[in-house]
Design a protein around this ligand. Structure first.
Ligand code: ZN
Length: 602
């Protein structure tokens, strides 16, 4: 994920792929047995009893039907060894006996990164040394002890102290040969307006943020007295620290996340320390930044499930709303919980202990139900006015979710809870979407969810448009010879799902090559491609039938839209518009009749 020292050419990647037998590689971690032309075994990325982890030797790909994990030899190596892409490439190249040549530019970048890591590590040691110092660290240690942080936790998490003063760190690290400019890039010193530098953190407890290889990449600093501001100060971004791609504590939590099959997502440093100290070792913290897709994708590498601990207030509701579409698009089964009495994990754990916290986690609800419950709690939901307010709050939330099945389920839940007919809610949802699709951040892209949800769609909608689109795409994947014909008969715009559209566009290119497509598309499209490669296909694909199904759905959609417009025109008393729309409806329905007559009805 990080920009690494080695930028590989496509050619070298292909060489590594060609020389690495994915079955051999996977077999070092997973016992595989042959099943048809594929190999199956127990997934190393989630715990299961019946094998859903599948390897396709010819295509060099793996896929898990249980948790949605998938990819090529690089992905497998990265996930099983917790390394970045450049590191995986280097090690796989060595394994395959391939030399990777680096250019002078790459060597320079690599040295720059190394010196930056060294400076960050020196800063972390400096802070740690100060906390341990009997005199200098006394107040900070007393503060941490009073907050319940024990000595073992302090050293495990490499907690430190930035002394009071303007240049303690600057002088100490300069003395060890670190240039001022480098320390500035590391974010531990700040330039003065009139030249020179001063320490970025002063009289603060320091929490180093470590990457997955346990190297410090940034720091968070907390004041010792609550009345001082800002309470928390985080280093700004640097070449090895990107806030949106980092979760505090993941380096310590990842093994527990994998073992327990879930991550617990809390907000702050102190919450995380309390969790780990009391045995909730699968906790990570977001550090108050808005949750990003990259953070969720990162978690997804270790587990398919996450429990978010939110505040029981307005901010918590907004956080849940933001998290829902992001977690869904990353394929995470996300649940949310609030702690009683408005407490945060830190205060709750210290007051009531681990068992009570575990029980609270057991009560976590799926994100959508959680948002709905919060809205219901605010507006009792018995009078029509209250129901309207709930609908107004919850529908925009549903509108951000693009997955058909999830949306349908959410609408059903909302309909049941409020005793409002689903059709009414659906119509209202379309209105919300119309206003959102015009502009603004609500104009979310269509998304795919990996894993179970998608497979259930495939089953449920066996005769539907969704399935038809997927069958056509599978055919294009399997039979390159048919691609040109389908590209001639269909447009990308004919596909309802964004990822379908994107993949169709890529497969329609002459000499489209699956590995190249995988590498150049968004993560949603890549997930889709991998799933379609592995999913079971019908024995016979009726291409014409699938196209007819798509056309039929398009026609129905058009009719629904025209009916809605007639409604509006009638209410507005516009007789001309009503007549025009009626003849349009006639035209569209009769066109459909003809089409139905010429294609076999399935
Ligand atoms: Zn799996």
């Amino acid at each position: 994920m990080e920009a690494g020292p080695t930028m590989l050419t496509g050619e070298i990647k292909d060489q590594i792929r060609a020389r690495t037998d994915i079955v051999d590689l996977v077999s070092t971690n997973v016992t595989l047995r042959k099943a048809g032309r594929r190999f199956v075994g127990l997934c190393p990325f989630h715990s299961e009893r019946t094998p859903s982890f599948t390897v396709d030797r010819d295509r060099g790909l793996f896929h898990c039907f249980g948790c949605g994990a998938g990819g090529d030899v690089f992905d497998f190596y990265m996930r099983t060894h917790n390394v970045t892409f450049p590191e995986a490439a280097e090690q796989l190249a060595k394994r395959a006996g391939i030399e990777i040549e680096t250019t002078p530019g790459e060597r320079r970048r690599s040295t720059e990164t190394e010196t930056l890591f060294r400076a960050l590590d020196a800063a972390a040691r400096f802070y740690e040394g100060n906390l341990a110092h009997p005199e200098t660290g006394r107040t900070a240690r007393a503060y941490l002890e009073q907050r319940g942080v024990d000595g073992a936790t302090m050293s495990r998490f490499r907690i430190g102290y930035a002394p009071d003063g303007w240049d303690h760190l600057l002088r100490a690290l300069r003395g060890r040969g670190h240039a001022d400019a480098l320390l500035e890039r590391a974010g531990v010193v700040v330039p003065r307006a009139n030249g020179g530098h001063y320490d970025a953190f002063r009289h603060r407890v320091i929490f180093p943020i470590l990457d997955l290889q346990n190297r410090p990449i940034a720091f968070g600093g907390r004041v010792l007295r609550d009345e001082d501001t800002p309470k928390y100060l985080n280093s700004r971004e640097n070449p090895v620290f990107h806030k949106g791609r980092t979760l505090y504590g993941l380096n310590w939590a990842r093994e527990a996340i994998r073992k327990r099959g879930r991550a617990v997502v809390v907000e702050g440093y102190m919450d995380l320390l309390a969790c780990h100290q009391l045995g909730i070792e699968e906790a990570v913290a977001t550090l108050g930044t808005a949750l990003t897709e990259e953070q969720m994708a990162l978690l997804r590498r270790f587990s398919a499930a996450a429990i978010f601990v939110f505040d029981a207030d307005e901010a918590g509701r907004r956080a849940a709303e933001r998290a829902l579409p992001i977690a869904e698009s990353a394929g995470l089964q996300a649940r949310a919980v609030t702690l009683p009495d408005e407490s945060d994990p830190d205060t709750f754990l210290r007051a009531r202990g681990r068992d009570a916290f575990e029980r609270a986690l057991e009560g976590a609800q799926p994100l959508f139900s959680f948002g709905l419950a919060l809205a219901m709690r605010r507006h009792a939901g018995t009078t029509p006015e209250e129901k309207i307010r709930i609908v107004d709050e919850v529908l925009p939330l549903i509108a951000t979710v693009r997955h058909e099945v999830a949306r349908a389920e959410y609408l059903t839940q909302l309909s049941q809870r409020l005793a409002i007919h689903e059709d009414v809610l659906r119509a209202q949802l379309r209105a919300v979407e119309r206003t959102r699709s015009d502009s603004g951040p609500g104009a979310t892209r269509s998304r795919e969810v990996s894993g179970h949800a998608v497979r259930s769609v495939a089953r449920r909608g066996a005769g539907g448009r969704y399935a038809a689109e997927r069958q056509l795409l599978m055919r294009m994947i399997d039979e390159p010879a048919d691609r040109a014909r389908m590209a001639h008969d269909l447009l990308a715009a004919d596909f309802a799902e964004t990822a379908h559209r994107d993949l169709f566009g890529r497969l329609s290119q002459p000499d489209a090559e699956l590995n190249r497509i995988r590498e150049s598309v968004s993560s949603e499209t890549r997930d889709l491609l991998e799933r379609l490669i592995f999913e079971e296909r019908p024995a016979v694909v009726d291409i014409d039938g699938c196209i007819a199904r798509i056309r039929d759905e398009q026609r129905k959609e058009k009719l629904r839209e025209l009916v809605a417009r007639i409604d509006e025109a009638q209410r507005a008393g516009d007789a001309d518009a009503v007549r025009a729309l009626q003849s349009e409806i006639q035209r569209v329905s009769s066109a459909g009749g003809q089409a139905a007559g010429t294609t076999p009805v399935s």
